[in-house]
Design a protein. Structure first.
Length: 406
């Protein structure tokens, strides 16, 4: 870590220092500051830097935690499930094939209602082998009942991991959470952010809460076999918990703002107030989109930017509210839902959100950036130009595959 001499105080008197970190190391600093008991992970590009840094913190005495070295990602999540069930505060991290190898166990973690937190440096899936960024790995986990944040800056990675513990450990929620960010584009790129000088500040806003755990003195059964008479009701409890998770996320947003002066919302927007057309996306390319919007505005095009920060639970009402005056909404996905009528996972959710209220802008699905292909300001400008040129055909096509050759 490179730290500047600059220190600032929030309006609430919290002293923070400005540091230069990549998002992998930022995740490690957040976990150090929250204070966890058990970490288990298996190395995989581009996530490995997270747990390497955490191992350094443990070795130096900055973090009092057990690091469990395992032989696979399946084992890593299984290990933290056991530790969490016994009452430990836990953490793991993964990417790409590692997240898919965990997939079976993702459902077990949420079904057992364990407040596990995981960082995901998103990466394309094999085959063919590709180590660069897209969001196919994360989108494959969308129905596993994990609360899911998608960050677009290192600062947001830090704050979102803190929020993840606040929300997951909420007695009204008790579901696992993951915080995703771009592999390589963010995991290995350094940027400035602020962290508190006194890490006890973080631990005060993420207090340890009592919950039901495995205890020989007070025996309970977790994850036992359940027949058709009750299984449905148990799964419905997760539906209710996800609904409560939205309210808990909004509370966590307020805690971060009150403590550090940084404001977050489930759907974030830029220059949409008078926009005729807007582009909705997620992850690190949102920063590129902001620049593209400014460039198009200079040319007289009334365009705005929107970003999904909270993926699960999906913030449908926020999206509808913030896009209500937009006539055309381009949704740029970085994953393909193969065989779906609309190939963009977020585009599909967006269409469903507007369908519920009976009206919608023209939602145009565009897939871009697959396998780590760069998405530039000029790409965003080209998308807008193409949608204008196609008119209603843009919607009828279903999904536009931006930049694909052949």
């Amino acid at each position: 870590m490179q730290a500047s001499v600059e220190r600032v105080k929030t309006p609430y008197g919290i002293e923070q220092t400005r540091v230069l970190l990549n998002s992998n190391y930022t995740a490690a600093y957040a976990i150090r500051d929250v204070g966890v008991d058990v970490i288990a992970a298996y190395p995989i590009t581009p996530q490995t830097g997270v747990v390497e840094k955490l191992a350094e913190f443990i070795a130096s005495g900055e973090l009092d935690a057990e690091m469990i070295h395992v032989e696979s990602e399946h084992s890593a999540l299984s290990a933290v499930i056991g530790a969490s069930a016994a009452g430990a505060r836990v953490f793991t991290a993964t990417s790409s094939q590692g997240l898919e190898y965990m997939h079976e166990v993702l459902h077990i973690a949420s079904g057992m209602r364990l407040p596990i937190v995981m960082a995901v440096a998103t990466r394309a899936l094999s085959a063919p082998i590709n180590i660069w960024c897209d969001y196919t790995d994360l989108m494959n986990a969308r129905d596993t009942s994990w609360i899911t944040f998608i960050a677009y800056t290192a600062q947001e990675v830090y704050d979102s991991l803190i929020e993840a513990y606040i929300v997951s450990e909420d007695p009204e929620v008790m579901l696992p959470a993951m915080v995703a960010y771009d592999g390589f584009w963010m995991s290995h790129t350094y940027e400035p952010l602020y962290i508190p000088v006194d890490r006890e500040i973080v631990r005060k806003i993420v207090p340890r809460r009592s919950r039901i755990t495995l205890d020989p003195e007070n025996p309970v059964t977790m994850g036992s076999i359940v027949g058709p008479d009750y299984y449905y009701e148990i799964k419905y409890q997760q539906v209710v918990a996800m609904e409560q998770a939205y309210r808990s996320v909004r509370n966590a947003d307020r805690i971060i703002e009150d403590t550090f002066g940084r404001r977050y919302e489930p759907i974030e927007v830029y220059r949409v107030e008078d926009a005729d057309i807007a582009i909705l996306t997620y992850g690190g390319i949102y920063g590129t989109l902001l620049d593209a919007v400014d460039r198009m505005r200079e040319r007289g095009i009334r365009v705005g930017a929107m970003r999904i920060r909270l993926w699960r639970p999906f913030p449908a009402e926020d999206l509808v509210s913030k896009a209500r005056n937009i006539s055309t909404l381009i949704v740029v996905d970085r994953a393909i839902s193969f065989g779906a009528s609309i190939s963009g996972p977020v585009a599909l959710e967006t269409i469903a959100a507007f369908h519920r209220v009976g009206s919608s802008p023209d939602v145009i699905s565009i897939v871009a950036g697959i396998g780590g292909r760069p998405v530039t300001e000029r790409d965003f400008e080209g998308m807008v130009e193409t949608v204008f040129k196609l008119g209603r055909r843009a919607r009828e096509i279903g999904t536009l595959y931006w930049g694909v050759r052949g």
